[in-house]
Design a protein. Structure first.
Length: 210
């Protein structure tokens, strides 16, 4: 039986706009982020969702609430869906890190799988392993059903690679859009990509930000 996972990146935040590392810091959605969440909730209102899982971080939970409400579903918190831990980079802008730690910034940009981000940060390999394990567990738990998963850009990137076989260190070829729908299937103990970066429901919200 095929299980479908509908992965949704949280709505936009002020720190997204400022190009600031959020990581596992608990930042809220901004006004447009809440509007994106509402639009995503309306888009998924008629879908046969069996469950709504979310990262425990605030911006994901706020987005997930808008998706779960039309279905009368309680949120299921899954800490393995958290964003990558960015260590000492969290709360700082990309430009600041590039200026103050050019070597570390370059290694992060190069996607070195075993590079531990300074200040107790997580390796890309560790992130990928926990994301793949979480996706497998949730897919097996809801065999033959459709499940929504609200999470973060780094987690989405890993999910795409799990579903397509794209190497962890390979350059990203796919978008990670706030509040977009990203669908993968689980069948016969393997994942496959169904659709990616579907943001048709956000057209009005995106236009408002132009």
């Amino acid at each position: 039986m095929k299980t479908e996972l509908v992965l949704v990146r949280h709505g936009i935040t002020a720190w997204n706009r400022e190009r600031r590392f959020q990581g596992q810091l608990d930042t809220p959605l901004d006004e447009q982020g809440f509007e994106q969440a509402r639009k995503t909730g309306r888009r998924l209102a008629s879908w046969p969702l069996a469950a709504v899982y979310t990262s425990d971080l605030l911006r994901a939970r706020q987005t997930a609430e808008a998706i779960a409400a039309p279905h009368g579903l309680d949120l299921r918190i899954e800490s393995r869906l958290r964003e990558r831990h960015y260590g000492g980079y969290e709360g700082r802008t990309y430009d600041e890190i590039e200026r103050t730690d050019p070597d570390g910034y370059a290694r992060w940009r190069a996607r070195e799988p075993a590079f531990a981000l300074p200040g107790g940060g997580e390796t890309l390999l560790s992130l990928h392993e926990r994301v793949e394990a979480a996706l497998r567990d949730l897919a097996r738990r809801h065999e033959g059903r459709v499940v929504a998963i609200v999470t973060h850009g780094g987690v989405l990137d890993c999910a795409f690679r799990v579903a397509t076989g794209l190497a962890l260190e390979a350059p990203r070829t796919h978008e990670l859009l706030n509040a977009s729908l990203n669908r993968i299937a689980w069948q016969d103990e393997s994942f496959a990509l169904l659709a990616w970066a579907d943001a048709a429901h956000l057209a009005e919200a995106l236009d408002d930000a132009a």
